[in-house]
Design a protein around this ligand. Structure first.
Ligand code: FAD
Length: 441
């Protein structure tokens, strides 16, 4: 090969040396990254190391009764609770080349899902690429001749020492359900009862006999209001949806507008009503957080929008940095797989990045469109019913096998059922017939 290094924007593709890629995190996204970096066709051209701060794979799906800090003093990452069953059918939760095997139900328990992730990891023999108990503390861009490369500082938690390694590219797969978002309500410091965020929720029994305000009616708020209602005296589901949620709740669950103020033992709601309550339970979501990113990496988080990124994925200022898994209300594992394949097409030089100005313009046009549809900046990475367009765009742009449209249609049906019939939707069973069709059994 004559010309060994090709300059694509500031992304250098070296056709002779192996590309060194670091993957941060061994949850489902990190495993999808490993699966493709180590595939038969990429094995010869990529050297990959995955750093995982915990002792296990699976990220979110690893349940621990512990809250707060782990044995090494790190914040507990997983927000998993003991009784969780998935809120999506398994038919849309697998990987494109590794679906979840058929069994007698569609909505799995957390242990079944974690077992599946372990089977995926073992099937593709990924464990040997993971360095467990390795906590990434700093990811810093290099300059000069090393422009486009990264220095990664990793703490080996068991040996208590810090290593520094240089990589050509980084896939950030650190999840986004670990940094609680807690709104500062007026009077919050005067409240004398129990205060909890869903990140630290594990079991419903601790709510026995209590009167609880659940703040937020997203998937967690709805699911947890229902779960704790089996033990609590009363649950007040407080939210700012324009119309009340019509799904049937147990009789001890009522709905109220936003909480505007907290007093010693009282919550005051936007409609002026007041309730004496024992517990404030924040189900108010999470913040995107990348505590290891150096300030010069060219990406910031603005009101929960990670920016500037091309297609919610590649850092526009430094495209050897990829954020896998930011979009939400998606078929997560399939999307991770597609995003990783997309990134590798560009990093390996099969596709060329558009000019920087075009990528920036694309991001701002998408933001403008979302704002004009009534969404907030905070919802920039939300896909929901439009997720199919995102998948199509990724596949088309990088000439990749697309995801089957049936994933989106079944995801949409299940999400609607969740809203319409929270008490029973998990009894439904589905079967995918082909790329466009599913049936309810
Ligand atoms: P994670 O699973 O969070 O993995 C990130 C990994 O990165 C972790 O192992 C973490 O230890 C590691 N890490 C983080 N920082 C560092 C660092 N600095 N150094 C080294 N390692 C690091 N999705 C669905 O599709 N269906 C569901 O039913 C569903 N239910 C959910 C229920 C709950 C309670 C939650 C919180 C999420 C749920 N999700 C669900 C979304 C779920 O998070 C995704 O499906 C998916 O598992 C996320 O994978 P991930 O790899 O992006 O992140």
């Amino acid at each position: 090969m004559e010309n060994t290094t090709e300059q694509i924007y500031n992304l250098k593709v070296n056709h002779l040396n192996k590309m060194r890629i670091a993957v941060i995190g061994a949850g489902a996204a990190g495993l999808a990254a490993l699966r493709h970096c180590t595939s038969q066709s990429n094995k010869k051209s990529i050297e990959v190391i995955c750093y995982e701060q915990s002792g296990d794979i699976g990220g979110t799906w690893v349940y621990t009764p512990e809250v707060g800090r782990d044995a090494y003093g790190l914040s507990i990452h997983s927000s998993m609770y003991k009784n969780l069953r998935t809120n999506l059918p398994k038919e849309v939760m697998g990987f494109p080349d590794f679906p979840i095997p058929d069994n007698d139900k569609s909505y799995l328990t957390r242990t079944e899902l974690l077992d599946f992730i372990n089977t995926y990891c073992d099937h593709f023999e990924l464990r040997k690429y993971i360095q467990f108990h390795h906590h990434v503390v700093l990811v810093k861009p290099l300059d000069g001749d090393n422009m486009g490369k990264w220095s990664v500082e990793v703490e080996d938690l068991e040996k208590k020492k810090v290593l520094v390694e240089v990589f050509d590219a980084i896939m950030i797969c650190n999840g986004h359900y670990f940094q609680p978002n807690i709104p500062e309500l007026e009077g919050h410091t005067s409240f004398k009862g129990r205060v909890l965020h869903s990140h630290d929720y594990r079991v419903p029994e601790t709510f026995a006999g209590k009167k609880v305000v659940v703040l937020g009616a997203g998937p967690s708020g709805m699911d947890l209001a229902l779960e704790i209602s089996k033990h609590a005296h009363q649950v007040i589901l407080s939210h700012h949806l324009k119309v009340p949620i019509l799904t049937k709740f147990p009789s001890n669950v009522i709905q109220k507008p936003d909480v505007v103020q907290l007093r010693e033992h009282q919550a005051v709601f936007k409609d002026g009503s007041k309730e004496n309550v024992d517990t404030i339970f924040y189900c108010t979501g999470y913040k995107y957080s990348f505590p290891f990113l150096d300030k010069n990496c060219g990406v910031k988080v603005d009101r929960n929008m990670v920016t500037p990124l091309w297609k919610h994925l590649l850092a526009i200022e430094s495209p050897t940095l990829a954020f896998v898994g930011l979009p939400y209300y998606v078929c997560a594992f399939s999307m991770f797989d597609l995003q990783v394949r997309f990134v590798l097409r560009f990093w390996q030089g099969f596709k060329k990045l558009p000019p920087k100005e075009n990528m920036l313009a694309e991001e701002s046009m998408e933001l403008k469109k979302k704002l004009s549809e009534g969404l907030h900046v905070q919802q920039f990475h939300m896909m929901g019913s439009k997720q199919g367009l995102y998948y199509e765009d990724l596949a088309k742009t990088a000439d990749l096998d697309p995801l089957p449209p049936v994933l989106t249609s079944l995801h949409n049906e299940s999400s609607q059922k969740f809203i319409d019939d929270l008490l029973n939707y998990r009894e439904d069973r589905y079967k995918i017939i082909d790329d466009h069709t599913y049936v309810q059994l």
